[in-house]
Design a protein around this ligand. Structure first.
Ligand SMILES: CC(=O)N[C@H]1[C@@H](OP(=O)(O)OP(=O)(O)OC[C@H]2O[C@@H](n3ccc(=O)[nH]c3=O)[C@H](O)[C@@H]2O)O[C@H](CO)[C@@H](O)[C@@H]1O
Ligand SMILES: C=C(OP(=O)(O)O)C(=O)O
Length: 420
């Protein structure tokens, strides 16, 4: 027996949806909290399975973690024990690898098995490991487990060959207690990185330059507790804006930082979506004229986010003519195209690009969420399709979308979960 999401398509949506705290910030903020020597409270925590997996991992490390009210986590690492992280929970998400940087930074020692997360093609962690080594760590890989050890971490200059989000955050966490100054060059500039650095600075870290490609970390001796509110999820926001563009009559997406969505807003306007961009909301006006095709090239922030490419592609099936989506981050991130084809889309994939020929009607059928944003794409497609779409492997979707069903139902969508 498996739980699936069923969506009856063809209903127009309207009303307001409120965006939750950023998944990709949260999953790094939680491991970052163990660097403190006193309790930390974080607000705006999304109710997603990645957070529940991280709570299990904290408990295994004997960290006191409590959801004091919905969306608020109290994390007290004072009785923490640095035991090897080999449980199943590590493999449930990508971000468990942030415990490498956090534990290495705090204790000079970390043992952890290979993380999980979406399969988007190969996802090496060589840049994380090279960064730790540059700070003075020795790394062994034994029985499926990374063992990182340093008698002392010493600040140094680290140039990232690729501006990796994960490597930037992991190195930042390892370096907060290092002796002297660490400079990360070609650092990633994603808003989530600013959020993690802000949390660490509230604790007493000395990090500068976050949000630029040069981040400087001056090591400190102690990190205290603090309170922190997570930034809104720009990928969840983009997903609902795309839903508004696809099937909305008049939809308002609230709790967004529009600046984080500049590249996506530009593309939506380019294909013919009409919207008002407010200070912390985006209003999508319904019923657009014939959509125009476009070309998308995914890029690190502030470029077009790879995580949005998949749901955006669904919208492009409704544009008149050929659109091209080219991946420069994860060149194999096109599994959603196979599923969309089952629903009637006309898409050729020649890696690293997908060629989408529109406009084609979409029909409900049985499809599989092969990864998180493929799942999001199938939800968008299901809302647009004629008939009922049955989405399998929905655990991927639940990793990253807080109260998806509730939010969509409030907007007038017809969807439900069923054991099949
Ligand atoms: C939890 C989280 O925040 N996940 C996001 C994060 O993933 P993640 O942090 O894993 O992605 P990275 O920014 O590290 O990856 C960018 C590129 O660098 C490559 N690379 C990365 C590290 C490394 O050591 N070696 C290497 O070659 C990757 O294969 C990829 O081609 O950023 C991705 C790119 O915006 C998003 O799709 C994910 O949603
Ligand atoms: C790929 C993603 O997540 P993760 O890195 O956690 O697998 C995503 O959020 O689209």
């Amino acid at each position: 027996m498996e739980k699936v999401i069923k969506i009856e398509g063809g209903h127009r949506l309207s009303g307001t949806v409120t965006i939750s705290g950023s998944k990709n910030a949260t999953v790094a903020l939680i491991p970052a909290c163990v660097l403190a020597n006193q309790p930390v409270t974080i607000y705006g925590v999304p109710n997603i399975s990645d957070v529940r997996s991280l709570m299990v991992l904290l408990q295994e490390l004997n960290v006191d973690v409590e959801e004091t009210e919905p969306g608020t986590l109290y994390i007290d690492p004072r009785n923490m024990k640095n035991i090897p992280m080999v449980s199943e929970a590590v493999t449930k998400l990508r971000a468990s690898y942030y415990f490498m940087g956090a534990l290495l930074g705090k204790f000079g020692h970390a043992e952890i098995r290979m993380p999980g997360g979406c399969y988007l093609g190969p996802r090496p962690i060589d840049l994380h490991l090279k960064g730790f080594e540059a700070l003075g760590a020795r790394i062994n890989y034994e029985n499926g487990c990374y063992i990182l050890h340093a008698d002392e971490l010493i600040g140094t200059n680290i140039f990232l060959d690729i501006s990796s989000v994960g490597a930037t955050i992991n190195i930042m966490m390892a370096a907060v207690y290092a002796k002297g100054r660490t400079i990360i060059e070609n650092a990633a500039r994603e808003p989530e990185i600013i959020d993690i650095a802000t949390l660490l600075n509230k604790m007493g870290a000395r990090i500068h330059g976050m949000g630029t490609s040069t981040i400087t970390i001056d090591g400190v001796e102690d990190l205290k507790g603090c309170i922190h509110e997570i930034i809104p999820d720009r990928i969840e926001a983009a997903t609902y804006i795309i839903i508004g563009a696809a099937v909305g009559d008049d939809m308002r997406v609230e709790n967004v930082i529009p600046q984080h969505l500049d590249a996506i807003i530009m593309k939506l306007k380019e294909i013919g979506i009409k919207m008002e961009v407010g200070s912390d909301f985006i209003h999508i006006f319904g019923q657009h004229e014939q959509l125009k095709p476009t070309e998308i090239l995914t890029k690190p922030y502030p470029g077009f986010a790879t995580d949005v490419q998949q749901p955006f592609s669904v919208l492009l099936t409704q544009a008149h003519g050929q659109s091209t989506v080219t991946e420069t981050i994860y060149t194999e991130r096109f599994k959603h195209c196979d599923e969309l084809r089952k629903m009637g889309a006309d898409i050729d994939v020649r890696i690293p690009s997908a060629f989408i020929h529109g406009k084609t009607p979409l029909y409900g059928t049985r499809v599989k969420a092969t990864d998180l944003r493929c799942g999001a794409a199938l939800v968008v497609a299901g809302l647009m399709a004629q008939g009922v779409t049955e989405i399998h492997d929905i655990y991927h979707i639940d990793r990253g979308y807080d109260d998806l069903d509730g939010k969509l139902k409030k907007l007038g969508a017809k969807l439900w979960r069923e054991e099949v």
